[in-house]
Design a protein around this ligand. Sequence first.
Ligand code: KIV
Ligand code: NA
Length: 265
Amino acid sequence: YKRITTKTLVDMKKKGEKISMLTAYDFTMAKIVDSAGIDVILVGDSASNVMAGHETTLPITLDQMIYHAASVVRAIERSLVVVDLPFGSYQSDPKEALRSAIRIMKESGGHAVKLEGGKEIKESVKRILNAGIPVMGHLGLTPQSIYKFGTYTVRAKEEEEADKLIEDALLLERIGCFAIVLEKVPAKLAQQVAEKISIPVIGIGAGNGVDGQVLVLHDMIGMTHEFNPRFLRRYLDLYTDMKNAFTQYSRDVKSGDFPNESEQY
Ligand code: KIV
Ligand code: NA
């Protein structure tokens, strides 16, 4: 695929091809992710944690999300760029939701938006879709509701919540979302959802029975090292490698080893 579109992703599901997705929040990282052939780049509101050091995703603003998204968009040639609508930018009413989505599309150049929730945000999703803006859903553990849940543990283990999740997934498909993220739900339930709907289900902590996977970039390359959920596979230990590099640099400066003859004018 030369350029990934929302339609490409639906076609990939039809063909049984898995979809790869990673977060990115800045130009330099997004350039590497795009060149590696990752299908979807998510400018996640996890930037609130990873980039800004907040404990939750709630504080990040729409302006800050647009800054991150615009930086990412400037780097990409192939990946589809999906941008999270942050907490407080879409929950009040559908008009506010549409205004926020339009700002993201106009000011960042992103290709789609992602919103957390099902039935509760139905009218907002419809309004955004009516404006021609593609929407990705997000069900299961929705971190913007962390104070309602009270815990980051796995969701929808009980029948009532599992039934609501299935209903919400069907609803999001019916009103026209192009994909859904399922976060931290039992693998069996996630597979059921993926089998019931024709749009791709991208999992994080949702097992291998779904249509694709997403991870937070800084977690999977091991830059963060205090966050250790079961679903996280680390491909690098950059925290250690970078710390060693910084330590060595400091030693070299203090010892007078850096810069040497060939490193000066
Ligand atoms: O913000 C984010 O990084 C996300 C993913 C974990 C799906 O929403
Ligand atoms: Na998010």
